[in-house]
Design a protein around this ligand. Structure first.
Ligand code: AMP
Ligand code: GLY
Length: 428
C-alpha cells in the first residue's frame, strides 16, 4: 500500500445482508486498512476478515477489539445494542458507533418509545399500554377494530398484529400477555390506532446533535406479492422512495428526527448511532409507526450501494461527536434490492442448498449481491438462513435499477429460491 493509504482497523458486528453491505462500503474507504466482521457470513469474507465471535458475546467482542487495537466498531443488529454493547465498549475506552442501552430503548421497548414520543410531541398513532389482560381487552372493545396490538419488547419483527376485527385483537392480547407468545418481550403490550397510508423508512446517522439523513427507503415486509401473507424481515427495498416528497422529508426532519435527537439529549440519554423512523404517510402527514436504532435490513443494502460518501469517515465522526458539517451525497438515480429467500421462509426452511450464479449476476457492474443467510462449506457456497441473498441493482432510474436487479436474480439459483417479483412496483 502507498503512503497515502489508511491505517484504520474496523470491526463490524453481525452476519446479515446489512452487515455485508456495511463491510462492502467500509472496505471502499481509503482510510480503512483492515476490516473484520464478527461473525460474518458466506460473503463478508470477500471484503473483510471473518472472526468467529457471536454478535451477542459482548465480552468476547470487547476482548477482540482491545487485542486487535480496533479504531472503530460498528454494531449492525439491535440485540447487542439493547444488551449494552456500546456502554461496555466505551467503559473499555473503545470507539464504537451505536446507541447506549438507555438510548436503544427507543427500539427495545415500544412502550418507552410511545411515551417518549408523547412527551416530545412527535406525531404517532394514539395508544395505551397494558400489562394485564382484562384492562387491555376492555380497551380493545372500547376502541373497536381495526386496531394494532404490539408486544413491547424485541420480537424479531413478529410482535405486531394488525387486527381487522375485535376478536382478532382480543386473541392477540391473550396470546401475548397470557400465553407468552413472545416470552418476556410480551410482558407489556402497546395497543394503538390503525393508521392508513403509504409506508416508508427514513434513516439518519447522528452523533447526538447533528443529523446525516439518508434518502427515504421503502421496505416490502410481507412474503407474498401484492403485500400478502405473513410478515418477514423484509423481502426487498429501494431508495429513494418517491412517497417522501422533499416537503415531507423536511417535515420528518423537523417533526421527528430533530425532536428525537434533542429529546434524547434533554432526557440525559444522548443518542449516537442510527435513528430509523418507520413512517406512515397519511392524510395528516407522516406519523411514526416504530423506531429502530440500527440500519434497516434490507434497506441498508440499496442505501449503501448508492451512497457516494466515505462511510468510515461519517461513522467515525459520529462516534467522536463531530458529525456537524457532513452531508450525504447519494449518487443520482436509484438502487433496488430483491431478497432471495429459502422455501418456507418466514416459517421453517431447509439449509445447506448449493447456490450458483452469484459471479454471473455480478458480471453486470451495476449489480452487487449482498450475502445474508449463506455459508462457505469448503469452497461451496450454500444457504444458511431464511433470507439468503440481497440482489442489488443500480440505475439512472428506479425502473432501470429494478430491471438490472431482476436480471441478476435470474442468473442465481438454489433449490427452493423464493422471491417477490413486485419489489418497487408501487413506485413505478
Ligand atoms: P412495526 O414493527 O412496529 O414497524 O410494525 C410492523 C408493521 O405493522 C409495519 O410495517 C406496518 O405495516 C404495521 N403497523 C404497525 N403499526 C401500525 C399502525 N399503527 N397502523 C397500521 N399499521 C401498522
Ligand atoms: N426491514 C425492516 C427492519 O430492518 O426492521
Amino acid at each position: 500500500m502507498g503512503a497515502c493509504s489508511g491505517d484504520k482497523r474496523v470491526l463490524v458486528i453481525g452476519s446479515g445482508g446489512r452487515e455485508h453491505a456495511l463491510c462492502w462500503k467500509l472496505a471502499a474507504s481509503p482510510q480503512v486498512a483492515q476490516l473484520f466482521c464478527a461473525p460474518g457470513n458466506g460473503g463478508t469474507g470477500s471484503v473483510a476478515t471473518d472472526v468467529p465471535i457471536a454478535a451477542t458475546d459482548l465480552d468476547g467482542l470487547a476482548r477482540f477489539a482491545r487485542e486487535e487495537r480496533i479504531d472503530l466498531t460498528v454494531v449492525g443488529p439491535e440485540a447487542p445494542l439493547v444488551a449494552g454493547i456500546v456502554d461496555r465498549f466505551r467503559a473499555d475506552g473503545l470507539a464504537v458507533f451505536g446507541p447506549s442501552a438507555a438510548a436503544a430503548r427507543l427500539e427495545g421497548s415500544k412502550a418507552f418509545a410511545k411515551e417518549f414520543m408523547a412527551r416530545h410531541h412527535i406525531p404517532t398513532a394514539a395508544y395505551a399500554c397494558f400489562t394485564k389482560v382484562a384492562p387491555a381487552l376492555a380497551y380493545v372493545r372500547d376502541q373497536g377494530a381495526p386496531i394494532v396490538v404490539k408486544a413491547s419488547g424485541l420480537a424479531a419483527g413478529k410482535g405486531v398484529i394488525v387486527a381487522e376485527t375485535v376478536a382478532e385483537a382480543e386473541a392477540a392480547v391473550r396470546a401475548i400477555l397470557a400465553e407468552g407468545a413472545f416470552g418476556d418481550a410480551g410482558a407489556e403490550v402497546v395497543i394503538e390506532q390503525c393508521l392508513a397510508g403509504e409506508e416508508c423508512s427514513v434513516i439518519a446517522i447522528t452523533d447526538g446533535r447533528a443529523l446525516f439523513t439518508l434518502p427515504a427507503a421503502q421496505d416490502h415486509k410481507r412474503i407474498g406479492e401484492g403485500d400478502t401473507g405473513p410478515n418477514t424481515g423484509g423481502m426487498g427495498a429501494y431508495c429513494p422512495a418517491p412517497a417522501l416528497t422533499p416537503v415531507l422529508a423536511e417535515q420528518v426532519e423537523q417533526e421527528v428526527l430533530r425532536p428525537v435527537v434533542d429529546g434524547m439529549a434533554a432526557d440525559g440519554t444522548p443518542f449516537v448511532g442510527v435513528v430509523y423512523a418507520g413512517l406512515m404517510i397519511g392524510p395528516d402527514g407522516p406519523k411514526v409507526l416504530e423506531f429502530n436504532v440500527r440500519f434497516g435490513d434490507p434497506e441498508c443494502q440499496p442505501l449503501m450501494a448508492s451512497l457516494e460518501d466515505d462511510l468510515y469517515e461519517v461513522l467515525a465522526a459520529a462516534a467522536r461527536g463531530e458529525l456537524a458539517g457532513h452531508t450525504p451525497h447519494p449518487r443520482p438515480g436509484a438502487a433496488l434490492t430483491v431478497v432471495l429467500a429459502a422455501a418456507g421462509y418466514p416459517g421453517s426452511y431447509p439449509k445447506g442448498e448449493t447456490i450458483t450464479g452469484v459471479a454471473e449476476a455480478e458480471a453486470d457492474p451495476n449489480v452487487v449481491v449482498f450475502h445474508a443467510g449463506t455459508r462457505l462449506d469448503g469452497g461451496r457456497l450454500v444457504t444458511a438462513g431464511g433470507r439468503v441473498l440481497g440482489v442489488t441493482g443500480l440505475g439512472a432510474t428506479l425502473a432501470e435499477a429494478r430491471e438490472r436487479a431482476y436480471a441478476a436474480c435470474d442468473r442465481i439459483d438454489f433449490a427452493g429460491k423464493t422471491l417477490r417479483r413486485d419489489i418497487g412496483a408501487r413506485a413505478l
